[in-house]
Design a protein around this ligand. Structure first.
Ligand code: MLT
Length: 267
């Protein structure tokens, strides 16, 4: 079932009496990147996903986004749906949103699943890379940008091994709104560093990263996991930066195990 909340397209699966999991996707994708997880998890959990402002089917507006606004959006979904103590599951940019949301209001969450992400803000070189990306979109359009960016997100063998999935994800990104994509880049450039608050995270966490993640490599994710008190860390085989899409079986098993050990559901 889909809803429109605060201009955001929100998708709900499963029984609302069960433990809720909110899935926050990466850049420049949409909520469908979690389909393989939700398909399995909806049996026992209340699964909520949404398109981040400016991406997918959500409101685009003027593209003047900030990471704080992305976090307010997340809280607006939780408030509107009366979701208490969900598990927050974010990949990459979805992870930036999740870490900042937990930094702000940890008591509102029961657990964290962090996939292929980082806690540091962009460094100087990173800011230039994003500025160049915005310029490329202005001059050549979104398609030119994603044709260069998306291949870097996957394991080198994924385009051949999972060709249909890869092509459909690439196609999806080519059709994203240019104002929305640039808006996400601006929000990421200006985001806060959440590294110092990792040691304050007391809720259980699962940290997953693709073995060949070139954007947020395993060393970075392992450091994050070591700073969080109750954290489990796994490297996802046969995956780059898009582990839930590239190795759904492994990712689902680890999420199910994490959920079973830490949380109960009605079913
Ligand atoms: C993502 O997958 O969300 C992006 O790679 C994040 C980023 O570019 O920092």
């Amino acid at each position: 079932m889909d809803h429109l909340i605060n201009g955001l397209k929100v998708f709900i699966e499963g029984n609302s009496k069960n433990q809720a999991i909110i899935f926050v996707h990466g850049f420049p994708y949409d909520h469908t990147m979690w389909n393989n997880q939700i398909e399995v998890l909806k049996e026992n959990y209340y699964c909520i996903s949404y398109d981040i402002r400016g991406l997918g089917k959500s409101y685009v507006g003027d593209g003047q986004y900030t990471m704080e606004a992305f976090v307010w959006d997340l809280f607006s979904v939780m408030d509107e749906l009366h979701i208490e103590k969900p598990i927050l599951c974010g990949l990459s940019m979805g992870g930036y949103i999740s870490l900042r949301a937990i930094e702000k209001e940890q008591s509102r969450f029961a657990g964290l699943i962090l996939c292929d992400s980082r806690s540091e803000a962009d460094n100087n070189d990173g800011k230039i890379v994003r500025s160049t990306a915005i310029d490329k979109i202005n001059v050549q359009g979104v398609e030119a940008f994603v044709s260069e960016f998306v291949p870097k997100c996957f394991h080198p063998k994924t385009p051949e091994r999972l060709n249909e999935m890869y092509e459909s994800v690439l196609e999806l990104t080519k059709n994203q709104n240019s104002v929305g994509v640039k808006g996400s880049l601006l929000a990421m450039i200006s985001r806060r560093d959440t590294t110092d608050s990792l040691k304050k995270i007391k809720i259980p966490a699962l940290v997953l990263v693709g073995k060949k993640d070139a954007l947020t490599p395993p060393e970075i994710m392992e450091k994050i996991s070591k700073k969080i008190k109750k954290s489990k860390f796994y490297i996802v085989p046969k995956a780059g930066h898009m582990s839930p899409l590239e190795n759904p079986k492994f990712v689902n098993e680890k999420i199910e195990e994490f959920m079973r050990k830490n949380f109960i559901s009605e079913n």
